[in-house]
Design a protein around this ligand. Sequence first.
Ligand code: BTN
Length: 331
Amino acid sequence: MPEKNRIELGSLWDIVLVLADGEFHSGEELGLLLNISRTAVWKHLQKLEYFGVNLSSVKGKGYCIPGGLDLLCSKKITSLLKSKQQLELNIFPQIDSTNSFLMEQLDPARQVCCAEFQSAGRGRRGRLWVSPMAQNLYFSIGWGFEGGVAAIEGLSLVVGVAISRALNKCGLKDVKLKWPNDVLYQNKKLAGVLIEMTGDPSGYCQVVIGVGLNVSMQELHATGIDQPWAALNSMLAEDGLPHMSRNQVTAMLLDELLNILQAYESEGLSFYLDEWMNIAAYKGQQVELRNGQALINGTFAGVTESGALRLLCDGREQIFHGGEVSLRSLA
Ligand code: BTN
């Protein structure tokens, strides 16, 4: 579906690649690159605001992106990957949604789609996922499973465990998982996961796992986020830990996801349940569950063997499955 007000990056990407070094470049130099006038360069650069890129222009010096851009590079990611599993990795400067892209593929299994910018990044429950250029990670990975929907019920939880393991390796301790798979740090959302399925619901199905992780999100570009959020590099800096590049974090996340996805096929969720419960947010706390239009209050009592939510409501245990359900603390 065509997106309202979408701006195409097109040849502006060539200019972004030059400005990514954070140095000043004259209008003349940038114009020569695209064979356009200095006025046309200026007009072109106005579009950067839509992509969430800050631009500075100084008379006599030209244009610069303060601090430069930490761009993704498939060669770097591949060289940092420890896993030897077969994978097809594609990086797009601009895409509507990495999940939508993989969902449209005939065989998304073992494909990874990363983007610098998403014009229509999707969150759970039909929400928009704010995706400014080159600040955070937006990627999806496809995987094939035998055993249909039943086999993938616990997948959300296992994916959360993989992300928390990767974040621990980046140096971030005390990452919490909010059922089913939101990643929280100090009660603020650091990452979200959107899992979608195609194929045979009772046989071989393909799953697209989309991960959005705030790495260096700037306040200025986060105005569309309607809940408290955190970004990895600010959290690392607060703890005096070194900054991580987006390529490093991508490789770490992919390594953990590849390991866990492979193991999940043979081990199932039971193998990861204790680890999930150890880092579960809101243990024993009063929570509110939104299930469609209904709001249900209860005490968070953990998860079942298959990964469904256990809530104690007026002394009686009730079980809720994933999908369109969302949880928030009342503490
Ligand atoms: C959520 O917490 O609501 C889930 C957010 C998932 C966002 C990621 S970004 C990469 C992938 N592509 C999308 O359109 N969504 C997911």
